[in-house]
Design a protein around this ligand. Structure first.
Ligand code: DP6
Length: 328
């Protein structure tokens, strides 16, 4: 029996143009296209082993055994892979994040990208980059953007085949840095899967989706020309637009803490004073502060000193998901 084990690493990513809402929740066909940057310093490493000796799928994250909904989600994802393969064994999934748990950093993008690569390799499925991206998308939409390297665009597509992500610029194209301000952890946030499902209840979602091609174009141009001011304008606008949808959904979702809001006011002020910085927030209260690498030390020290910021995680642009050789 050949070895049915593989280990993969995938980076987290931060969206410049956000994915919010699906046209098909089942297979995660997004309402609009999105663009992100891989975060090379924040990653998940996942080992998957299929064996006839296991009685059921098991999942451990950071040495903790996980049951309930997260395991059901992983098992359903593995079922999809088992259907693509002749091998029907259950699996042991062992995963670890190199970033602090409980800091509100979403791990589903890195997690499902690493799981897709490790599990498909363990089953000897030999998938190319686009196929891996499509597969990851089914686990978590944003995970499809953690497969290719650098700056990545996810085409919304019209069906499974046409909805996948690819690199629009390699990591070395532009030395941008994401300084993530971890703010006081408030009450447990609404998960993004639940948020996507309610996006359509906001009267603003239709306008946000209709305007997405224009924002995607502006963002791509800013990346291509390394135009930080243009990037800052579209990234902040897109984040605000998504949060406008969130707070006008039924039920409303408000992810910001008071510190998030203070940072959203302070960062454009810093920019007007000459520091190249901009903010973007995902489905949580942490504030991602983007800047060119030269500005990162100063930005990091401003954020560390900012009242209410607990810690600052710093990441440069990351590469693609990759397989790790097993030492046997
Ligand atoms: C706000 O990919 O986490 O971070 O597909 O349900 O797993 P699921 O959602 P997820 O949604 C990400 C939402 C976001 C914006 C983005 O990353 O584009």
């Amino acid at each position: 029996m050949s070895n049915l084990t593989a280990t993969a690493v995938a980076n987290a990513n931060i969206a410049f143009i956000k994915y919010w809402g699906n046209r098909n929740d089942q297979i995660r066909l997004p309402a609009n296209g999105s663009i992100s940057m891989n975060l090379g310093n924040l990653f998940t490493q996942t080992r998957v082993e299929f064996s006839p000796d296991f009685s059921q799928d098991t999942l451990s994250i950071n040495h903790q055994s996980i049951i309930g909904q997260p395991l059901v989600r992983v098992s359903a994802f593995l079922d999809f892979l088992r259907n693509m393969s002749d091998i029907k064994y259950t699996a042991r999934v062992t995963s670890s994040n190199n970033f602090p748990t409980g800091a509100g950093i979403a791990s589903s993008a890195a997690g499902f990208a690493a799981l897709a690569l490790a599990a498909s390799s363990a089953l000897h499925l030999n998938l190319d980059e686009a196929s891996l991206s499509r597969l990851s998308r089914r686990g978590s939409g944003s995970a499809c953007r953690s497969i290719p390297p650098g700056f990545v665009e996810w085409l919304p597509g019209e069906d499974d085949q046409s909805s996948y992500a690819f690199s629009i610029a390699p990591p070395e194209h532009w030395e941008l840095v994401d300084c993530i301000a971890i703010v006081e952890s408030g009450p447990k946030a609404v998960g993004s899967t639940e948020g996507h499902a309610s996006a359509g209840t906001s009267p603003l979602q239709v306008a946000r989706v209709a305007d997405a091609p224009r924002r995607l174009e502006l963002c791509k141009n800013a990346i291509q020309h390394k135009d930080f001011d243009a990037l800052a304008a579209i990234v902040e606008m897109d984040s605000n637009l998504m949060h406008a949808v969130m707070i006008t959904s039924n039920p409303p979702i408000l992810y910001w803490s008071s510190t998030s809001l203070e940072l959203m006011k302070a960062i454009p002020t810093m920019r007007r004073a000459g520091l190249p910085v901009c903010y973007t927030l995902d489905a949580g209260s942490n504030v991602h502060v983007l800047c060119p690498a030269e500005a990162a030390p100063l930005v990091e020290s401003h954020l560390t000193a900012f009242p209410g910021v607990e810690q600052v995680l710093v990441s440069s642009v990351g590469g693609p998901a990759y397989l790790v050789e097993e030492n046997e």
